[in-house]
Write a protein that binds this ligand. Structure first.
Ligand SMILES: Cc1cc2nc3c(=O)[nH]c(=O)nc-3n(C[C@H](O)[C@H](O)[C@H](O)COP(=O)(O)OP(=O)(O)OC[C@H]3O[C@@H](n4cnc5c(N)ncnc54)[C@H](O)[C@@H]3O)c2cc1C
Length: 492
């Protein structure tokens, strides 16, 4: 056999628009496609069993697709270096083809070890960009330009046949049985009623979104119930690579070209801008890996602490504040909540309860089925006020509840104890005369008072008056898109 071509699947579990697979086949056949779950990445980390489940669902479909094309994907629960060593012993020289990955320190360390090992053996590792994220770009204009070029590029076609190394030739460290990955030791909670992984479900979600569900995309975005259908719900598929960002962008542009309804047009443009944010925040992490574990501005670190008892109530959705508890309970069950509710949970943890951001952020990472380190840690820091920005929004979950869920439909759905509370009190049930007989805890604190204190602390620590005038706030809300990217993400 010539030099063996290994395709290393990571956050790209699909067949369509898969450059590493196409390139590997160009270099020679049969190829060796692998997915490796390194125990060191999963044990005691923010990755959880719900991520593993989603990955396995994606791999199961990928295996079926490979088998239809006369191939097999092999999985292993071993450290990548050990797998490489074994492949080397069995086949001699090989080349790895893989998509680039931007991740947490643990992932980066693993990737460094792999690079080192490959180098020490004189072997080649070919990495291809994904989602328009590119190493080495450090200014926003160049990034936007390259992003557009990449998104307009031609998609890689799905290969008709994928001849792979026969199972009886493959070392026993690799297996074609995806279920074996269940043996991986990993923490966290399974989802009860959430999205399932896989390329076909990803494509189906995009299709239903572009043709129908997107018609109220922007309007329903913050609505805790409606957003679950009028949002794209594409995030977990993008997170684990069941769908290619370039494919989504091209399909959205085609839809934009064909529809004549101006309103629908606006909704889809808002979706496109969020796809760009996705890549931008991932790019940010590439240039600034420490945002996953260190405050960008450490000024608030010393004044924020974790009160374990209150933290546990926040984790369990038992704070006694209906919007917080309903959002957390929905997240625990399904692995997804909308952007507004995510920001509310972090704002409550970091500002209202005065907790430092790392522990709540890691906990939420384990719950979000769509966990993407670059997006997650930057969004958390932006919300927690630990970036260089001198202003921040301290959210009030009671006010938000009254605005977004005036009749309490959302909170009642997740907190049965609120079923008979009149609408007027549903976001402040402790004010209802029947509260003492209800099976719902009292609030962990006075939100208004805690937020007032949080704003004072923020202002004094940051040496600024963070409170925005109503006019400034209105302008910011209207210009929300610009606000997201107003920080110069590329300044390290
Ligand atoms: C504290 C916090 C943590 C977050 N953690 C994650 C995370 O780990 N993974 C993740 O994908 N999103 C994260 N988001 C962003 C956002 O909440 C989700 O992308 C969105 O709710 C997913 O819903 P959807 O699939 O319907 O995507 P849509 O709302 O339809 O958006 C389409 C895609 O655009 C991207 N996107 C949307 N909003 C943002 C944003 N604010 N920043 C960057 N990209 C965005 C996502 O890839 C998403 O799939 C976080 C937001 C906050 C406030």
């Amino acid at each position: 056999m010539d030099v063996l071509q290994v395709v290393w699947f990571r956050r790209d579990i699909r067949l369509h628009d898969h450059q590493p697979l196409v390139e590997a086949l160009r270099f020679g056949e049969p190829i060796l496609p692998i997915y490796i779950a390194d125990p060191s990445l999963w044990k005691d980390s923010e990755l959880s069993v719900r991520h593993l489940q989603f990955i396995m669902e994606g791999l199961t479909e990928l295996q079926e697709s490979f088998q239809k094309r006369r191939g097999t994907v092999y999985v292993s629960i071993q450290e990548m270096e050990d797998v490489l060593e074994t492949i080397y012993e069995a086949f001699g020289e090989f080349t790895i083809h893989t998509h680039e990955e931007s991740g947490t320190p643990l992932m980066n360390e693993r990737n460094m070890r792999v690079h080192k090992w490959m180098e020490s053996q004189g072997l080649q590792m070919k990495e291809y960009q994904q989602d328009g994220v590119q190493k080495g770009i450090d200014n926003s204009r160049a990034f936007k330009k390259e992003w557009n070029v990449y998104m307009d590029g031609q998609l890689f076609e799905i290969p008709e046949y994928v001849p792979t190394v026969d199972e009886d030739e493959v070392p026993s460290i690799l297996s074609s049985t995806i279920e074996k990955m269940n043996r991986l030791s990993v923490g966290g909670m399974r989802i009860k009623y959430g999205q399932q992984g896989g390329e076909s479900l990803a494509l189906e979600s995009l299709e239903t979104f572009l043709s129908e569900r997107s018609k109220r995309y922007k309007d329903d975005m913050a609505d805790p119930i409606a957003s679950s259908t009028s949002g794209s719900r594409i995030s977990p598929y993008l997170a684990w690579g069941n769908i290619s960002m370039r494919y989504i962008v091209q399909q959205t542009n085609e839809q934009l070209f064909s529809i004549e309804d101006e309103e629908h047009d606006n909704q889809l443009k808002a979706f496109l801008s969020r796809l760009f944010w996705h890549s931008t925040y991932k790019q940010w992490l590439v240039g600034n890996p420490s945002i996953a574990y260190e405050s960008i501005d450490t000024a608030l670190d010393d004044v924020r602490k974790i009160d374990i008892e209150v933290y546990q109530k926040w984790c369990d959705g038992e704070t006694g504040i209906p919007m917080i508890d309903a959002a957390m309970r929905l997240l625990l069950k399904t692995g997804w909540i909308n952007n507004q509710l995510r920001a509310m949970l972090i704002s409550f943890a970091c500002h209202t309860l005065g907790m430092e951001w790392r522990r709540p952020a890691d906990y939420l990472a384990g719950l979000f089925l769509d966990y993407v380190p670059g997006i997650h840690y930057s969004q958390t820091q932006l919300t927690a006020g630990t970036t260089e920005s001198k202003s921040v929004k301290v959210l009030n979950p009671i006010k938000l509840g009254k605005n977004l869920d005036p009749e309490g439909t959302f909170v009642r759905r997740h907190i049965p104890a609120l079923k008979h509370v009149p609408n007027k009190y549903v976001h402040e049930p402790w004010k209802f005369h029947g509260f003492v007989h209800m099976d719902y805890g009292e609030p962990v604190l006075d939100v208004k008072e805690a937020n007032r204190r949080a704003k004072e602390i923020f202002s004094s620590v940051k040496g600024t008056n963070h409170v925005q005038t109503k006019r400034a706030q209105k302008k910011r809300n209207a210009n929300n898109e610009a606000e997201q990217l107003s920080l110069n993400l590329f300044d390290s």
